[in-house]
Design a protein. Structure first.
Length: 341
């Protein structure tokens, strides 16, 4: 079962009005592939159905939410449904803000062209709606919610990495470094012994570091450069998006409407998160080095010899010499020993 199939089976109760002068009637509302279906709750007989691309909300921000498939000649809503179910409301809102606004306006078309357009719209809904729902949700998440989701992902990662190392001096050094890099989106630095790639950025600015990266580097600059590269890559490709794809559309809808991702939604996500590596574009990466006050040359020289490092050296904002240490010698030594106990 795909996430979209689960999403399409959303059902709730609502109050349906066939015409502006008709009495309200309680119905079961069902979201299907391309339609919204209303059925009698006793007989389960279908009473009406609307094409999803035609659905619009007539009272944004008010409850109960009122939707209509069209307007009367006077401009008011014709047939209406009143809904209070947050999952269904969110689903219909996303359909409206993604598919409907980009629907082609064909003007005068022959019957065959109209049918083709309807088919294309239905196909677009099936393909586009999951990505649109997830992208929209990711775009409106507040920082606190991102941090909460990141901590859920970190907890799941511990199945593979074990608990983050916590030697006191090293932990304090990690906090100090996170604060120093806060302007670049770092909220927390967690160092783990096993199971992680060099650097993984989780939602909420949680940076997961492999202890082997720290202990194998004599100087901090190459390590800091790798953190910057991972941060820039995370800005280019929001880590919340693949996590929500893993969680599924039902969990994403609940997150959008309640602000809380259901417990267990990220179970098993760590395998993908800890093995996915994205490349950082050169220009944004050099800008990040400049913001941190760090020369990019030591990082460039630590990369694989087959990597094209020349742009990072020629574009170094500090021409090979950082103006001041980003991390003190004592903190660097402490951070390298964070997994000693």
């Amino acid at each position: 079962m795909t996430a979209l199939e689960k999403y399409q089976r959303l059902e709730c109760t609502g109050l349906w009005r066939l015409t502006p002068s008709a009495q309200l009637r309680e119905v079961v509302v069902g979201l299907r592939e391309t339609t919204l279906v209303f059925a009698d709750p006793r007989t389960e007989m279908a009473l009406s159905h609307w094409s999803l691309p035609s659905v619009e909300r007539v009272n944004p921000g008010e409850m109960p939410a009122v939707f209509t498939p069209g307007r009367t000649d006077e401009g008011g809503p014709s047939e209406t449904i009143e809904l209070e179910d947050p999952d269904m409301i969110a689903a219909l809102e996303v359909v409206h803000t993604t598919l409907i606004r980009r629907r082609p306006r064909p003007g005068r078309l022959r019957g065959g062209a109209v049918a083709l357009g309807a088919g294309v719209a239905a196909l677009a809904l099936l393909i586009w709606l999951p990505d649109a729902m997830i992208s929209y949700t990711a775009s409106v998440l507040p920082t606190a919610t991102r941090v909460q989701i990141g901590k859920m992902a970190l907890a799941d990662a511990q199945r593979l990495t074990g608990s983050p190392c916590a030697e006191p001096l090293g932990a304090r050094a990690g906090i100090a470094l996170a604060q120093r890099m806060a302007a670049l989106g770092v909220g927390e630095i967690a160092v783990v012994r096993d199971g992680a790639q060099e650097v993984t950025v989780l939602p909420g600015g949680i940076v997961l570091l492999a202890n082997g990266l720290l202990t194998s580097s004599e100087d901090p600059e190459p390590v800091l450069g790798r953190i910057l590269a991972a941060l820039v890559a995370a800005k280019e490709a929001d880590p919340v998006v693949p996590l929500l794809h893993h969680a599924g559309l039902i969990s994403t809808t609940r997150l959008l409407t309640s602000g809380v991702l259901p417990e267990g939604a990220v179970e098993g996500y760590a395998e993908a998160a800890l093995s996915t590596r994205a490349e950082a574009p050169t220009e944004p990466l050099l800008e990040a080095f400049k913001t941190l006050g760090l020369s990019s040359t030591p990082y460039a020289k630590s990369l694989d010899p087959e990597t094209d490092i020349l742009p990072l050296i020629e574009g170094d904002p500090f021409q090979g010499r950082s103006p001041a240490p980003v991390i003190s010698d004592n903190d660097w030594i402490s951070l390298q020993g964070i997994c000693a106990t």
